[in-house]
Design a protein around this ligand. Sequence first.
Ligand SMILES: C[S@@+](CC[C@H](N)C(=O)[O-])C[C@H]1O[C@@H](n2cnc3c(N)ncnc32)[C@H](O)[C@@H]1O
Length: 459
Amino acid sequence: MTQHQLSRPGRHSDAAPRELVLDVGPVAHGGHFVARHEGRVVFVRHSIPGEKVRARLTDADDGSKFWRADVVEVLEASDDRRRHFWPLADSAAAWRKGGPPVGGAEFGHIRLERQRQLKSEVLAEQLKRLAGLDLRVDVEAVGQRPGSGEEHDGGGLAWRTRAGFAVTPDGRLGMHAHRSDVVVPVREMPLAVPGINELKLWELDLRGIARVEVAAPANGSRPLVLLAPEDDADPKRLGRILARLPHDVSVARFDPAKGQVLQLRGRTWVQESAAGHEYRVTGEGFWQIHKDAPETLVGAVRTFLHDGGYLLPGSAVADLYAGAGLFTAPLADAVGITGSVLSVEGSPGTSRDARKNLHGEGHVEIVQGRVERVLRNRPRRFDSLLIDPPRAGAGKAVVRQLMDSGPRAIAYVSCDPASFARDLGYFHAGGWKLEGLRAFDLYPHTHHLETVALLVPDA
Ligand SMILES: C[S@@+](CC[C@H](N)C(=O)[O-])C[C@H]1O[C@@H](n2cnc3c(N)ncnc32)[C@H](O)[C@@H]1O
């Protein structure tokens, strides 16, 4: 990696030292660890509680309440520290070579079991702070061979069925350095499933392409490569890239701003499978990223709703923030043709997929629109609900609408402990309680965490 200026945000006042020696304290939401320098909080990435590190300031404005820093040298290492499995994402190694590490594997230097403990601590802290709840939940490992995590011999790797790449100015496959516009060339993505790495996209000349997205379903069906050309790209370049990719790979061009996907070869979608159902997912449409996430999450929701007696034949239920219908199909099975399922998804393309995926299920109504609008314009009663909002969570108004629709239970699937804890606070204020909570490590080696909760009225 060459020396680059940090272009985003990388602010330093002249008075601020560029490197500090820090004693690292507890983990915070977002994958940072809390340290202090002369009374000011410094959020340090790539460290571990209890360590002493030398860290480079990446955001250090005199006026700001806290600074951000990145480890360049570990002075006293934690027993939980492991050699990072990917040199490009190893903070100290990357800075030694003159630039920031690539993003996306910011916990890769931590023993897997300790990663899960840290995520559990973050969840407990958010629940306490935002929902006033004293609760510690263990984070469950998913799809890892027992004991394999310690040596990184496959533990926690090769799980991403989706990967996004940038392109270097000279046309090589790359990834953004952490909090930076710098694109670092890559030759593999260790968190991605083999179906993505086998494409060897790093061998392509990608000049004229701004972004590359790849989807390789866990069921081994045909992968899809999405290419976003720059505005002034020579169309012949797309043809040359197409010729270099294996024939059994679908290729499409896409325009992220307009949400358009145009076929170049094969399909514009991938075929996914879960819980005995088949799903098509077009372009960049949402699908759970971890190869084992669909089965894991459907199983957890089923246990909470079905085993709790909240999902009976004939029930009226809803799947909100439904994507391509991952949960809609098993909910439709459970309530049967005497019941009904309302499935609401905001993205027009993904909602079209849901319509195709649930075609023929007469008791399922697919509605494209924002959840808050659909619930406001057509208020109705439900026996139980499932929600799986994006990272921002559902929010106060939607939580109110959900409670007002009279369900006996709500399953809440969340990918962000902070917005989940905040929403839980709104449920508490409305007279509801947390009846069950499970947490899953569906993003190993990153700070992200998935939870599934069961909420019921506090009778
Ligand atoms: C975390 S994904 C879950 C999708 C689906 N449940 C699954 O597991 O495959 C959230 C989905 O909500 C959609 N979405 C985001 N904001 C929305 C809103 N206000 N109303 C409806 N859908 C929304 C996104 O397009 C995305 O498909």
